[in-house]
Design a protein. Structure first.
Length: 318
């Protein structure tokens, strides 16, 4: 049996999946701790507090906090060079243009397709999507929402998913890396009404990171996606009625932009350095064994997320 030796910025399939499961378990622990503290303080009995923005922001901060703990563990305990492992590298500026196409395609086309998915859930099981508790007025709230909902998730979620986790999967095939990290990304959010959108978005983020050789384009994309939502809330509120004809045009135009962006992305070549690393890596690690290790080690977190996803679905079934 060959001895497996990896550089301190390379992550095996086993470790990539394990970092996901670790982040989920820490996230669950933080959720339980917050719930316990609020219960002991009597805050859970205060309907005004539980439906207020303070509690909403507290919930939004749990995910970045749990990811931060996972990153610290990777840095200190695993002796991992987190900056290099997560791909904070320079990139060809053409990927900014590609990102612009993909972003426009997702918010215009993919959002409309996701609405059809939510409608199908409603017809099948009577699911009524909850309205996110996001302020829609006030400069202070706008800045705070931008920080908590746009900046922090773009930094921390991308560092986890397109950094640590993708590092453990990207040398096992582009399609495998994009699809598995996209699946884990949508499970992580545990939001039935966003499942399709977040799966496809996560897969695109992954492919963008692999092709560009950097986490930065997907981080920019992630920020823009969330910032668009905040701006829409402040401009039009939670419930926006778009005429059917206008919506159809937006979906068609958006899907065309998405197709163009994906074409340009797929045609782009990965950095030569990454190809060389992949070749050397697979001389040590078996492809099938590494894929299996990734799937098995991420299964613990995946099962926890799936249970919470089902719980969320049942909660909003009328």
């Amino acid at each position: 049996m060959k001895e497996k030796k990896y550089e301190n910025y390379l992550i095996s399939g086993l470790d990539g999946g394990s970092f996901f499961s670790a982040a989920i378990l820490v996230n669950l622990l933080f959720m339980l701790l917050v719930s316990l503290i609020l219960t002991l303080c009597g805050a859970t009995a205060d309907e005004k507090f539980m439906s207020g923005y303070g509690y909403a922001y507290m919930c939004y901060l749990i995910s970045p906090a749990s990811i931060l703990v996972t990153l610290v563990y990777a840095k200190i305990k695993c002796k991992l060079n987190v900056r290099a492992a997560c791909g904070f590298n320079s990139f060809d500026k053409k990927f900014l243009l590609i990102t612009a196409f993909l972003f426009g395609g997702c918010v215009l086309g993919l959002s409309g397709v996701n609405e059809l998915f939510v409608g199908a859930l409603d017809r099948l099981v009577g699911y009524e999507a909850p309205t996110p508790n996001i302020p829609d007025s006030g400069a202070g709230y706008f800045l705070l929402s931008t920080l908590v909902i746009c900046v922090l998730p773009a930094i921390f979620e991308e560092t986890l998913f397109r950094g640590l986790i993708l590092n453990g999967a990207k040398r096992l095939g582009d399609a495998f890396a994009a699809l598995t990290t996209g699946l884990l990304f949508c499970l992580f959010h545990r939001s039935p009404n966003q499942t399709l959108y977040q799966f496809i978005l996560g897969a695109i983020f992954g492919l963008l990171s692999v092709r560009s050789g950097s986490i930065l384009p997907s981080m920019i994309f992630h920020f823009l996606n969330n910032f668009y939502i905040i701006v829409c809330y402040y401009a039009w509120g939670a419930n926006v009625e778009i005429p059917v004809a206008v919506n159809a045009v937006m979906i068609v135009a958006g899907l065309a932009m998405l197709a163009a962006g994906l074409y340009l992305l797929i045609k782009s070549k990965k950095p030569q350095k990454e190809e060389e690393i992949k070749t050397k890596y697979l001389e040590i690690a078996g492809l099938k064994q590494e894929r299996a290790a990734f799937m098995i080690s991420s299964a613990v977190g995946g099962v926890v997320c799936l249970i919470l996803w089902i719980s969320e679905l049942v909660t909003y079934v009328s």
